[in-house]
Design a protein around this ligand. Structure first.
Ligand code: HEM
Length: 489
């Protein structure tokens, strides 16, 4: 090798080294930048990650981590990444994204053995969408009007069994009344009038078969799951008999069962008996505990906040002056004060504390402080009504029961746009039963306010964080005395 060749070699090596250094420098700009945009990761233990934190209670974890990490962070549990999006500034995509980007099917799979085959999370999104159309049709205003009459009758019958005065566990009473009402409006007259005890017992087994462990291992061979599967089979038999007898008698009823029997897919195919049973179970699971918990919290808050109790009673008097004793859909729709009292109880205590999706494409969010994060596909994405509903930059003095925060002029539920208040979720998968739930709770409280003086005699209830649908812990003892509210009282 001569000198010239030696220089050429040296130059080539230098060029190579310079190129490598430049590439390294460029990549160090690009790669760490993209790493920097990943959400912060909550520190956890080797292998199990943050499992222990999550099991101790997701809300406690959020309370500790949100002030440190902000509204977007990732919790690793084993090999899974769960990214939290807390607050309306970052949760909009959670609610609005199409199913192809953020889906429910995988994360809500644990419902399949309970709801049964061929419905909701056991079917493709296109079929599920059609089944949700059946729900929407079954919950239209014209249907709700007839459900309300049944709700009012059920409440009258139920409370007619109370004495002239006494003490009751309000939680137990409202749970039972709501099972009866749901049974009448959703499952139908046959179940409500003849098969109530049998069907309630089977639903009880279904309920007890949905445990926290079922979320991870829905088919684990444990006694609770076996009882669940037997109950599901027996319910299918009972409903098959009811459906075929309705079909053969040509009689139609005003209930959700009838709507589901009459529903047809776009291609003209009618629903099968098994699908109708599954959809009814799904409706009961979506609406029963959520509504009974909310009616109990509403009562507990009203009885501890005399100012709102008397505002709600005054509203009843005004409506009685206007409509007499009539209580129907349109009268309930006029109850703004009661509406706000329920809505505020539900803000403080949303029964579904955590909503989940599975992400199928990368997306970015920007926090209200202006930080941008990229959430990679493959993450589970979570938001929390229980935590987000108490964010102090949205809700003034957020732990205080203050139904007037929703009144005209304040409207804190819209302070930061559509996803400020998320007890019913929102966007693409917002609750389809919200009007039904309000009507049911209003019908119950209208009856109680008009016919009883009530006093809470046990301490203000605590939250039962261990339940799948988070509700009220222990008894809620109430002393009642019959009265007849009159306009001039
Ligand atoms: C106080 C009572 C209720 C509360 C707090 C509540 C809450 C919710 C929430 C948070 C979601 C969204 C879930 C998600 O985004 O993952 C939801 C969805 C749903 N709810 Fe409700 N719900 C209530 C009552 C009802 C009732 C009475 C029914 C039916 C009779 C019902 C039927 C549904 C259905 C079908 C969906 C699914 C909508 C979809 O995915 O497109 N809910 N509910």
């Amino acid at each position: 090798m001569d000198v010239f060749d030696g220089n050429k070699f040296l130059n080539t090596v230098l060029l190579l080294i310079t190129t490598l250094i430049a590439a390294k420098l460029i990549s160090s700009f690009i790669i760490p930048k993209s790493r920097k945009r990943l959400p912060p990761i909550l520190k956890g233990w080797p292998i199990i990650g943050g499992l222990h934190r999550f099991l101790k209670g997701p809300i406690f974890m959020l309370r500790e981590e949100y002030p440190k990490l902000g509204g977007v962070f990732t919790l690793k549990i084993f090999h899974k990444n769960i990214t939290f999006l807390i607050g309306p500034e970052v949760s909009a995509h959670f609610f609005k994204a199409p199913e192809s980007d953020l889906s429910q099917q995988e994360v809500y799979q644990f419902n399949v053995p309970t709801f049964g085959p061929g419905v909701v999370f056991d079917v493709d999104y296109s079929v599920r969408q059609e089944q949700f159309r059946f729900f929407t049709e079954a919950l239209r205003v014209n249907k709700l009007k007839s459900y309300v009459n049944q709700m009012v009758t059920e409440a009258e019958d139920y409370f007619s069994k109370w004495g002239s005065s006494g003490e009751v566990d309000l939680k137990y009473e409202l749970e039972h009344l709501i099972i009866l009402t749901a049974s009448r409006c959703l499952l139908g007259r046959e179940v409500r009038d003849k098969l109530f005890d049998d069907v309630s017992a089977l639903f009880h087994d279904l309920d007890n078969g949905m445990l926290p462990i079922s979320v991870l291992f829905p088919y684990l061979p444990i006694p609770a799951h076996r009882r669940r599967d037997n109950a599901r089979k027996k319910l299918a038999e009972i409903f098959a008999t009811i459906i075929s007898s309705r079909k053969s008698s040509d009689k139609t009823e005003d209930d959700m069962l009838q709507c589901f029997i009459d529903s047809k897919y776009k291609d003209g195919r009618p629903t099968t008996e098994s699908e109708v049973t599954g959809l009814l179970i799904a409706a009961l699971f979506a609406g029963q505990h959520t509504s009974s918990i909310t009616s109990t919290w509403t009562g507990a808050y009203l009885l501890c906040n005399k100012q709102y109790l008397s505002a709600a009673v005054d509203e009843q008097k005004n409506l009685m002056e206007k409509h007499g004793d009539r209580v129907d859909h349109d009268v309930l729709a006029e109850m703004d004060v009661l509406y706000r009292c329920i809505k505020e109880a539900l803000r403080l205590h949303p029964p579904l504390i955590m909503l989940l999706r599975s992400s199928h494409s990368d997306f970015s969010v920007t926090t209200r402080e202006g930080r941008e994060y990229d959430i990679p596909k493959g993450h589970i994405v979570a938001t929390s009504p229980a935590f987000a509903n108490r964010l102090p930059h949205i809700f003034n003095d957020p732990d205080r029961y203050d139904p007037d925060r929703f009144a005209v002029g304040r409207e804190e539920d819209k302070a930061a746009g559509a996803f400020s208040y998320i007890s019913f979720g929102g966007g693409r998968h917002g609750c389809l039963g919200e009007p039904f739930a309000y009507l049911q709770i209003k019908a119950i409280w209208t009856h109680l306010l008009r016919n009883f003086e009530l006093e809470l005699v046990s301490p203000f209830p605590e939250i039962d964080w261990n339940a799948m649908v988070v509700g009220v812990k222990g008894k809620v003892m109430v002393r009642y005395k019959r009265r007849e509210l009159s306009v001039n009282q």
